[in-house]
Each structure stands twice: as structure tokens, then as C-alpha cells.
Design a protein around this ligand. Sequence first.
Ligand SMILES: Nc1ncnc2c1ncn2[C@@H]1O[C@H](COP(=O)(O)OP(=O)(O)OP(=O)(O)O)[C@@H](O)[C@H]1O
Length: 126
Amino acid sequence: MSIQTSNMNRISFLPLSSIRRPIVPVLDEDKITRMIETLSRTDPQAIDDGLPPIDVLRVRKNGKDWYFGFGGCHRFQAYERTGKQTVKCKVVPVTESMLKMYVGGSVDEMFKERSADAPPSSVTAV
Ligand SMILES: Nc1ncnc2c1ncn2[C@@H]1O[C@H](COP(=O)(O)OP(=O)(O)OP(=O)(O)O)[C@@H](O)[C@H]1O
């Protein structure tokens, strides 16, 4: 079982700004446009916004939860461009050493504090 497929049942609404995205995406603009159309067809308050949840890895370190998104680049763009503050995610808890294995190198740079970080209290599990 890979780290993506374990603990698949935790769906949370995370602040978009709390998810670090270390990989620079190559984007298909048409796909983003179609995703935005999907979002525009659903009630903004609805839990099911028409897009599947994005897999996000969560590492607990220094008493804090750190969230990393390695996929979902088109969905992230669609949410950003429609002004969404929170994103439906499938949270996969991993250890720092699992993250290192996944990244294939040092992850120290990925744990730097940023001014945009949202407080953990804004994370809502469903
Ligand atoms: N316009 C759309 N409306 C609804 N669902 C969509 C739409 N486009 C893609 N999806 C669904 O969203 C999921 C993610 O699609 P896709 O992999 O193409 O984009 P992504 O967000 O960049 O994700 P990843 O980077 O993980 O591949 C798939 O399950 C796909 O079926």
C-alpha cells in the first residue's frame, strides 16, 4: 500500500493557504476552465462542489500540522481563481521520514514558517 492509498477516509476542509505545493505545475488551461465551470454550477456552500477531494499529506512536526499537496494542481488553480478560501482534501497522515522518501531528498526547506500560514483552528474535518 502506498502513502497515497493508506488512511483514505479523512476528508477535511483546509485553508488553501495552509497547503504547501513544492512542485511547480505544468498547467492545462482548458482543464482549469472546465473545472471552474464545474465549480460555478454548484452551490458554494455545498460539501460536494463537483470536484473530487485533493490528496494532501499531513506531517506533524514541532507541535504543528504541515500540509503538502503534490497533485491536484489543476483543482488548486480552479479554487484559487474562483476565490475559494478552503479546499476539500483527503488528508493522508505521514511521518517526516515518509515525506523524505516520497520527495527523494531533503525536506528541510519545506518546513519554513510563512506569513500566509493559517491557524490550525480553521481546519475542519467532516
Ligand atoms: N471539469 C471537471 N469537473 C469535474 N471533475 C473533474 C473535471 N476535470 C477533472 N475532474 C476530475 O478531477 C480529478 C482530478 O483531475 P486531474 O487529475 O485531471 O486534475 P488535477 O487536479 O491536476 O489532479 P492531479 O494533479 O492529481 O492529476 C479526476 O478525478 C477527474 O475526473
